[in-house]
Design a protein around this ligand. Structure first.
Ligand code: ATP
Ligand code: MG
Length: 337
């Protein structure tokens, strides 16, 4: 039987965070033995908001090296840059034309990000890309007839929209697209900011103190976790509503070590937060140090470019067939039905 397909990507908007790792990247690596993988750097999504070209280039280069440093194996996974497979943009446009303004304006990420953009630049400069990018994301997914989309919880709404667009297209033009399903980790689908544990940890956050970056050194990780906002109960107990800071640190520890939340509670019963935070910092450091070592070698390796070229070629062969079928059924290829 053919292997089921997985597709996912990370946007080149900044330095990757522990949230990106636990919510998405960790699953990419876990799934690569069992599934046919298409993993890309979402660099077209990465220009949704203004970004300096040197920063963009470096973000892309860093994500690529981190993908492989985390264990993505180029023999198992097709890793590529979104902009190297132009079918993404082409299908993106066709799907944009089949998506309503209302649907896009309802996306919570659009509401959050446009509000933040307004607050930070003080103008109404909201690029249209910020609104329409979920239609491009739908194209990313539907081009490959992907079965599962490993992402964090914040992307569920966009995968839901993708399903709605797919269903609409299938009803209108005949069977075109497979219905994708979201695949989130059981623990850690939404890692929170350490300084504001009611907001998601994000690579484009303004305050870096609340964000653990995958390339932070051990001392920085230690400092950020020690100064994470908690409460004054001195009780390691999972209660996201009333104890968001401690619950977030427990989630991080659980996602990394595999220990259940109950076990963590009992391991730290009677111990103060200092001891608990030290254990979280150690777990994060032990996770990231070997990844960072491999990253150093991969960052300037030209081998990586070969992996990307091969990945893009494989992706393109799947994507171009699909795009052609869409063009036929939509009527763009006017000679064919
Ligand atoms: P940005 O602030 O630019 O949107 P981001 O940190 O949200 O950056 P994305 O590139 O949008 O990163 O997302 C990449 C993947 O990481 C997605 O699957 C997303 O769901 C996941 N992800 C992002 N942040 C978290 C988080 N805090 N916890 C779990 N998963 C996350
Ligand atoms: Mg995001």
């Amino acid at each position: 039987m053919d292997k089921k397909r997985i597709l996912s990507g990370i946007t080149s908007t900044g330095k990757l965070t522990l949230g990106n790792y636990i919510g998405a990247l960790q699953n990419f690596v876990k799934l690569q033995d069992e599934f046919e993988m298409y993993i890309f750097v979402a660099n077209l999504h990465g220009i949704t908001m203004p970004i300096e070209k040197e920063v963009l280039r470096n973000n892309i280069k860093t994500i690529v090296a981190l993908y492989f440093a985390c264990g993505l194996d180029p023999k198992k996974a097709n890793v590529f840059l979104q902009s190297d497979v132009s079918e993404h943009s082409e299908l993106g446009w066709i799907l944009t034309c089949n998506t309503t303004l209302g649907e896009l304006q309802r996306m919570t990420q659009f509401k959050d990000k446009s509000a933040k953009a307004k607050a930070s630049n003080g103008t109404d400069f909201i690029p249209t890309g910020l609104l329409v990018y979920p239609a491009l994301m739908a194209a990313d997914i539907l081009l490959y007839d992907a079965d599962y989309i490993p992402v964090g919880a914040d992307q569920k709404q966009h995968v839901e929209l993708t399903r709605n667009i797919a269903e609409r297209m299938n009803n209108k033009f005949g069977p075109l697209f497979k219905m994708p399903e979201v695949y989130t980790p059981k623990v850690g689908a939404r890692i929170m900011d350490l300084q504001d544990p009611t907001s998601k940890m994000s690579k484009s956050a303004k305050n870096e103190k609340g964000v653990i970056f995958m390339l932070d050194d051990a001392a920085t990780i230690q400092r950020k976790i020690k100064s994470a906002i908690t409460d004054s109960d001195n009780l390691v107990h999972f209660d996201p509503e009333n104890k968001p800071g401690i619950s977030n640190l427990m989630t991080i520890l659980s996602a990394i070590t595999g220990d259940g939340l109950d076990k963590i509670e009992s391991n730290f019963s009677g111990k103060d937060y200092g001891v608990f935070k030290q254990a979280v910092a150690d777990a994060v450091t032990n996770l990231l140090t070997p990844i960072q070592e491999r990253f150093q070698t991969l960052y300037n390796s030209t081998e990586v470019d070969n992996y990307l070229m091969a990945g893009a070629a494989n992706a393109k062969s799947v994507a171009s067939k699909k795009l052609n079928k869409v063009k036929n059924l939509v009527g763009l290829n006017y000679r064919r039905k």
